[in-house]
Structure formats: structure tokens, C-alpha cells
Design a protein around this ligand. Structure first.
Ligand code: AMP
Length: 567
């Protein structure tokens, strides 16, 4: 008797999940299914995609739906359309032999009419993105007064996508007498707040194993200067000719830029981020799933709905700010009993994060040297030879040409012939990597080399503190803010000091001598549709002056100015 049977699930459900290949419950299911099958308090599940959490909440809910009532008894809120569809599909599979169960997925970017029709026909479960759920609630088409289970799936992601107000509104509309189940990969304060406000004495269930596949993942990293990141990425990809993986970038702009460059250079890659239309995203994901693409360059959010089990690699184009995001990313490889590699390209200021990740994952990260030209050429050459060995020859199609080909090449010896054949492909790599520089950076490269008088260069330098209206909410992080400044000024040698990054704005210290240059370079600059405003922050307080009025000399930064932080 499997544990699923011991849980007392209906035989129709047992048959369906057996057909899906579920033999034993996953760790999260072992905890959640018995807990949810009897009246109990609310629950917080710390779990990620890939842990089996959908069945963890879906099976016990399905078991307990009152089919005598055609009311919405379960409302599942999740961040993306893809996840919405995936949960709905899973529930449809679980209920294959429970035909009376009715479910609808409602999400934006698709016709609302068919969703309204399904709601009007009567459903037991609604799986919704918060925006569309709000829309339908306002139109009084989504009736939540009989909801018995409210599931918040990937709650951290919903918050980081700005759905807090929608969630607040929806949660306050549902009846008090219900069970709220919140699933989240991370526990930021906002989640604790939501839990405190809308949940009753929730129990916390956490799966010890962060991810079913984590055991099979090898973690590697390369240390390079930020300017060499893209070249390093290419070398890593070239070193793995059979790679099938996702390259994670932090912003949409960076994602697009990296993908454009890769595609422009002939790599079998494409891009996935939120600026694409739904049809474009569906198209790219389907090409990737079918392995028509080797590399998908994606933002974390856009890649959420992509359920691919056999990725060979995950590449972190840069390390995410939140370490949990790294765990989430790396858990996308090494699934379903396969091994995988999570590669991070990190710059000289970042290695401090590696020990933290090692501790969190209880795994050693291996520092690798960015391969040089010869190493890559060798790898590519032997990949070509492998292909030659295994290629299927289409005898009948090629036969008519062979005679002519043999006679044309008859003057060449066997060795010469092999040499020439492989060179046709190999020369491209050879010439590209001829004189390729060493991209490996010393971890300490960023530390001031000239601390002759005992003071670091940073201490001796005068910095100006600038306010900029871009923050983490705009997909910004310190490294791409530096990148933006480099790009706008066209001057990569401007020393950047401390960066404080808030949600909607940041403070950045720049070498005072370049203060005007930096500020001037942001005139008429728009990032992701936001007109960038940059201001000099005085050390005395929150008073600020725009560039046009600016007449003071640069001043020393005031690192302790908390008043400005609270702006
Ligand atoms: P989820 O975390 O719910 O997205 O599930 C990840 C994958 O694991 C999905 O493809 C599920 O169908 C599969 N899965 C969930 N539970 C089990 C189980 N007990 N046995 C085998 N596969 C499972």
C-alpha cells in the first residue's frame, strides 16, 4: 500500500496519480496532504517549484470538494499565467476520473469572455493571477463568498511583482471561515505581514530538502571583471557544445541585450522576459521545450512557468541579490534523477556571496578557470569528431553524389582528408580564439592596489552622493546601476563608491570630479519607460539641487545620513 492510499484519497484520484507516475509522496506532500485532509489551522509551506507542492495542496482539496454545491470552494492565486495554466492542468490530471470537478484558470492577456462563460457555468476551483481576479471580482463575476480554501502560490513572487494591493483586496473579500494556505520559496517581511494580517495561527511546513534535484547539482563559478562577463559567458557556452540551459539575467534590458548578442553571433538562443507579448513567450517556450533552442536567456519571473526537467546547465549571468533566488535557479537543473551544473559568472566584488551560498546549500562551490582558446577548441573539435562518428548517413540520398566527390578528392591521402574536413568547422573557432586573452580575474582585483599611505584609494577619494529614481522595483541592482552609469557616460573608469539600493530609488557615490559628467549624462534618459531623475544629495539633509542649478564643488559623502535613506 502506497502512502497515497494510506492518506485515504479517493480511488479515482489514486488511479489518476498512479497513471501520472506518482508512486510515493514527495516530502512536502507527506506533510501537507494529511494536514489538509482534516480540519486544521492555516498553513505556510516553504517550498519551491519542483517539490510537488501543487499536488500537496491540490489532492486534499480535490478530495474534499462538495460536488453538491456549484460554488467556488477553492481559489488559488499565483503570479503568472504560465503557473496558472500549469496548476490548472495538474488539477485536471488529478481529477481525470472525477468528471464532476470543474475548474477554470483566469489570467490576464487572454480573452476574458471565455473565462466569464466558464465562471457563469459554475466551477469549484478558480486558479487566477491577482490582476485578473481583481478585475472579475470588481465586475462581480468572481464570487468568493463560499471559498473554503484560499491558496497563495509563490506568494513571494506575487509580492515582488507588485500584486500586494490586489492581494490585500482579494483576501479581505473572502470569508473569514476558510483555510488559507500560503506557499513561498522565501520568507521576506512582507510575507510575514500578510501571514500576520490574514492567517490564523498558521503552522509552518518546510521541506528540508530545498529542491528535489538539488542533490544532483554541481555548483561552479568563474570570477571575471564585470566588463568581461559576456565574453566569459560565451567561453563557458563554447566549452559545452551540447548545452541545454537557461541563462538567468537580472533585468529585462540585460536579458534582451545578452540574447541579442548571442543570437547575433550565431548561438542557438532566444529570449524570455516580461516585455514580450504572451504569444511571443509561448512561442519561445515551446521552441525551448522542444529543444529547438539550446539556450534560453531569461529573467527569473519569466522563466517561472517553464517546466523543463532535463536542463544540463543553469547559468547565472550574475548572482542574484537574494540567495534564495539562486537556489531556485539552480534547482531547475539536476531534476528527475539527472545531473546538472549551475554555473555563476561573478565579478571581483561578489565572491563573498559564495561562502554564504555554500552554507545555505551545504555544498561546495568549485571555482573554475575561464577556459582559454585552446581548451575550447579542443572541446569543440572532439564534439565534431563525436558527431562524425555517430552521424546517420542517408545512403540513398547521398549516393548519387559520392562518385563525383570521391573522384574530386582522390588526390588526398586519408590523414590529409580528415585534417581538411575537421578544419572546415574548426577554423571558425581557431581564428576566433587566436590570441584570446585570459579572462580570469583575481578575486582581490577590486581592492585598491595603491594603499601606499595606509589609506585605500576609496578613503582618499572624494565622493559625491547622488540620488537616482531607480531601485530594485525597476529591476535594478548595484552592478547594472554601475553598468548604466558606464553606458551613459561612456567612461568606465569613473570610480563608484557605496551604493544603497531601495525599492524605488538608490543612492550612489561617484568620484566627485565626475559628478557633473554623471548627472549630465542622464539628461533625457528613460529606463523601462521611467524618465530617470538624478540629483545631488547634500550631506546636510534631504535638500537637493538639480544639475542645472548646481554650483557647489563636490563634497565628501556622508555615509551615516539616515534621514536621506528614509526619504
Ligand atoms: P510541482 O512542484 O507541483 O510543480 O511539481 C513538480 C513536478 O513533480 C511535476 O511534474 C509533478 O507532476 C511531479 N510530481 C509531483 N508529485 C510527485 C510524486 N509524488 N511523484 C512523482 N512526481 C511528482
Amino acid at each position: 500500500m502506497s502512502l497515497f492510499e494510506e492518506f485515504g484519497l479517493r480511488k479515482e484520484i489514486l488511479s489518476a496519480i498512479a497513471e501520472m507516475g506518482f508512486e510515493q509522496p514527495t516530502p512536502i506532500q507527506e506533510e501537507t496532504i494529511p494536514y489538509l485532509l482534516i480540519p486544521n489551522a492555516d498553513m505556510i509551506g516553504l517550498a519551491q517549484t519542483g517539490t510537488g507542492k501543487t499536488a500537496g495542496f491540490g489532492l486534499p482539496i480535490l478530495q474534499q470538494i462538495d460536488f453538491g454545491q456549484k460554488t467556488i470552494q477553492a481559489l488559488v492565486l499565483c503570479p503568472t499565467r504560465e503557473l496558472c495554466m500549469q496548476i490548472t492542468k495538474d488539477m485536471q490530471n488529478f481529477s481525470k476520473y472525477v468528471p464532476e470537478f470543474k475548474i477554470v484558470a483566469v489570467y490576464g492577456g487572454a480573452s476574458i469572455q471565455s473565462q466569464i462563460q466558464a465562471l457563469r457555468a459554475g466551477v469549484h476551483m478558480v486558479v487566477a493571477t491577482p490582476g485578473r481576479a481583481m478585475d472579475l471580482l470588481n465586475r462581480k463575476l468572481l464570487k468568493v463568498q463560499h471559498v473554503r480554501w484560499l491558496v497563495l502560490d509563490e506568494a513571494d513572487e506575487m509580492l515582488s511583482m507588485g500584486f500586494k494591493d490586489d492581494l490585500d483586496a482579494i483576501l479581505s473579500d473572502t470569508p473569514k471561515e476558510k483555510q488559507t494556505l500560503l506557499f513561498s520559496a522565501t520568507m521576506p517581511n512582507e510575507i510575514r505581514e500578510i501571514a500576520g494580517k490574514y492567517m490564523h495561527d498558521p503552522v509552518m511546513i518546510s521541506v528540508g530538502k530545498k529542491n528535489a534535484g538539488a542533490e544532483n547539482v554541481q555548483h561552479e563559478y568563474y570570477v571575471v571583471h564585470a566588463k568581461d562577463r559576456y565574453q566569459a559567458l560565451k567561453r563557458v557556452v563554447d566549452l559545452h557544445p551540447l548545452i541545454y540551459g537557461i541563462v538567468f539575467c537580472r533585468t529585462r534590458a540585460e536579458t534582451q541585450e545578452v540574447a541579442d548578442k548571442l543570437m547575433g553571433e550565431g548561438y542557438n538562443a532566444d529570449v524570455l522576459h516580461g516585455d514580450l507579448s504572451q504569444a511571443q513567450r509561448d512561442f519561445v517556450m515551446s521552441r525551448f521545450r522542444q529543444k529547438h533552442l539550446q539556450l534560453l536567456v531569461a529573467t527569473d519571473v519569466a522563466a517561472r512557468g517553464l517546466d523543463v526537467n532535463d536542463l544540463t546547465h543553469v547559468i547565472n549571468y550574475n548572482l542574484p541579490d537574494e540567495l534564495d533566488v539562486y537556489i531556485h535557479r539552480s534547482g531547475r537543473t539536476g531534476r528527475a534523477g539527472k545531473t546538472g551544473t549551475s554555473i555563476s559568472i561573478i565579478h571581483t566584488r561578489e565572491p563573498g556571496k559564495v561562502p554564504q551560498l555554500e552554507k545555505l546549500l551545504s555544498k561546495k562551490f568549485i571555482r573554475k578557470q575561464v577556459p582559454g582558446g585552446m581548451e575550447i577548441c579542443e572541446k569543440q573539435l572532439f564534439n565534431l569528431i563525436d558527431k562524425v562518428e555517430t552521424v546517420e548517413v542517408n545512403e540513398s540520398q547521398i549516393d548519387p553524389f559520392l562518385k563525383g566527390i570521391y573522384s574530386k578528392l582522390s588526390w588526398l591521402e586519408r590523414d590529409e582528408l580528415i585534417k581538411r574536413f575537421v578544419s572546415v568547422e574548426f577554423n571558425r573557432f581557431l581564428s576566433f580564439y587566436e590570441n584570446a586573452p585570459d579572462l580570469n580575474a583575481n578575486v582581490h582585483d577590486h581592492k585598491s592596489p595603491d594603499s601606499r599611505d595606509g589609506k585605500s584609494r576609496r578613503d582618499r577619494m572624494r565622493f559625491s552622493r547622488l540620488f537616482i529614481n531607480l531601485g530594485t522595483k525597476n529591476d535594478m541592482n548595484p552592478s547594472n546601476l554601475i553598468g548604466l552609469i558606464n553606458e551613459r557616460t561612456g567612461n568606465k573608469s569613473i570610480q563608484i563608491g557605496k551604493i544603497e539600493m531601495m525599492k524605488k530609488f538608490s543612492f550612489v557615490e561617484v568620484d566627485s570630479r565626475f559628478e557633473r559628467e554623471v548627472m549630465g549624462s542622464f539628461r533625457d534618459c528613460t529606463v523601462d519607460g521611467i524618465r530617470v531623475s538624478i540629483e545631488l544629495k547634500t550631506s546636510e539633509g534631504p535638500r537637493e539641487e538639480r544639475l542645472v542649478n548646481f554650483t557647489r564643488p563636490g563634497r565628501k559623502s556622508n555615509r551615516g545620513d539616515q534621514r536621506e535613506k528614509r526619504r
